[in-house]
Design a protein around this ligand. Structure first.
Ligand code: GDP
Ligand code: GDP
Length: 438
């Protein structure tokens, strides 16, 4: 599981600037999906072999009594509770502010490991910027410049050392799960627990806590038609007698972690509700993570034609960028549509793990170019020569040639469509990377 790092501090200390730097590697990917609404507050990054999730908490006024500030404080507290590490940012140019002391007092009580960071320290002497912050009682302040990047890699190396210290090794028994890993995600009340019970309720399942995380996540192993699966909980499930019940409130962090750790995500929507911003954010994260996806539109039972049409139009309009995924109209309470949903899960997994042999990829590329040439940009016309597979889950196609910087987004989408058709890649994102020789 990817550790979660929360960025905390009062407004204007540089949290968003640091957030952007820590998640920058993802920006290019996000830009590849037009129409994607993105939640600026959750992102992903990696230092070396160590990935992490990062949460930017907005401004934190711990003494707020009402309104938007109170809501922000509430959200910050939830983010801190769900994090493995807190990076507490103060402003080296403004110096120590009274709110900093209040935030420090709160953070000390949470017992989370805290890294105290003095931002905007570029061009300043360490002793001059750091000294006044010792009195926060959070150890040695680290000086950084989020804007210029000074000190950020050192900070992350140390933070990740601590975050990963509690994690089991990759080959630890506890992390070896069976079969396809599935995360069922969606807003509260869409029917996640009901679907879990429809899938596994009758079976003797093995449920266990995944160690090494502060938010103990449960993993449920089950079988269906002889195939093994492991379900990663997002709803805060606990077994009560024969059924699973959700006992915790919705957690964005838990949802993001489950998506990162899954092979296939089932995005569950409620046919009786409009698709919300939150649904779109979750969907955006699934695509960013490159996860195979199946959409389940739940509560399809007893709906009249008019409502059904509306639900279909809403889906087509708001989640256009999920066109690669199959949708199923299901009823978790009645058990209808679930067989087909699970067949799509299997197909999406197979597509995500596809092997794309170089000769066949290159042939598909050349045929695509013969059918439609990329446009010239100025005097140069991009030349696409051959392609090979650069990764699985999601599949990555690396296209080699010359002047590939001039390839337009629409041509890239055209190529994606051709590759999808050739290899019948349904249910998985597909990434295309270009490598120019000159
Ligand atoms: P947030 O409200 O905590 O998210 O703060 P922002 O990231 O929006 O930054 C607030 C202001 O501080 C912006 O004008 C930034 O450009 C500036 N800022 C952020 N990081 C640095 C830094 O490392 N050095 C300097 N000099 N300014 C910075
Ligand atoms: P969760 O919060 O996403 O885990 O949602 P639950 O599984 O707890 O379901 C929320 C409510 O929706 C419960 O009252 C369920 O009985 C109801 N529900 C779930 N699936 C269906 C369905 O397929 N049809 C109908 N009509 N109601 C459903």
């Amino acid at each position: 599981m990817k550790p979660v790092i929360a960025l905390v501090g009062r407004p204007n200390v540089g949290k968003s600037t640091l957030f952007n730097r820590l998640t920058r590697s993802r920006d290019a990917l996000v830009a590849d999906f037009p129409g994607l609404t993105r939640d600026r507050h959750y992102g992903e990054g990696r230092v070396g072999a160590r990935p992490y999730l990062v949460v930017d908490t907005g401004g934190f006024e711990p003494v707020a009594k009402e309104g938007i500030l109170l809501e922000m404080a509430r959200q910050t507290r939830q983010a801190v509770e769900e994090s493995d590490i807190v990076v507490f940012i103060v402003d080296g140019r403004q110096g120590l502010a009274p709110q900093d002391a209040a935030i420090a007092a709160y953070l000390r009580k949470t017992g989370r490991p805290v890294f105290l960071v003095v931002n905007k320290a570029e061009g300043m002497k360490y002793s001059a910027v750091a000294s006044e912050f010792y009195e926060l009682g959070l150890g040695d302040p680290r000086a950084i410049s989020a804007a210029h990047g000074d000190g950020v890699t050192d900070l992350m190396n140390e933070a990740l050392e601590v975050a990963y210290a509690g994690q089991p090794e990759a080959d630890d028994d506890a992390t070896n799960t069976r079969g396809t890993k599935i995360a069922i995600v969606g807003r509260p009340n869409v029917g996640k627990s009901t679907l879990v019970n429809a899938l596994v309720g009758e079976q003797r399942v093995i449920a266990f806590d995944m160690p090494g995380t502060t938010r103990d996540s449960i993993y449920v192993e089950f079988e269906r038609q002889g195939r093994p699966y492991t379900l990663i909980d997002t709803a805060g499930l606990r077994k009560r007698g024969k059924v699973f019940e959700a006992i915790e409130k919705f957690s964005v962090v838990k949802t993001l972690q489950a998506i990162s750790d899954a092979n296939v995500v089932i995005l569950l929507l409620d046919a009786r509700q409009d698709i919300s911003e939150q649904d779109a954010h979750i969907a955006g994260f699934i695509v960013e993570q490159g996860r195979a996806l199946v959409i389940g539109v739940n509560k399809w039972d007893g709906l009249d034609e008019h409502v059904r049409e509306r639900a279909k139009t809403d889906l087509a309009r708001k989640l256009k960028f999920l066109g690669f995924a199959r949708s199923h109209y299901i009823s978790a309470t009645e058990g209808t549509g679930i067989g087909n949903l699970m067949r799509s899960v299997d197909d999406a997994y197979a597509a995500a793990m596809s092997k794309l042999p170089t000769p066949k990829l290159t042939r598909a590329l050349i045929e695509a170019v013969e059918f439609q040439q990329p446009r010239r940009r100025g005097p140069v016309r991009p030349k696409l020569r051959y392609a090979h597979q650069g990764g699985q889950n999601p599949p990555i196609v690396v296209v080699h040639g010359n002047a590939l910087d001039a390839i337009t987004d629409s041509y890239k989408r055209y190529l994606e469509g051709r590759f999808r058709e050739t290899f019948r890649l349904e249910g998985t994102p597909l990434r295309i990377e270009f490598r120019s020789s000159h």
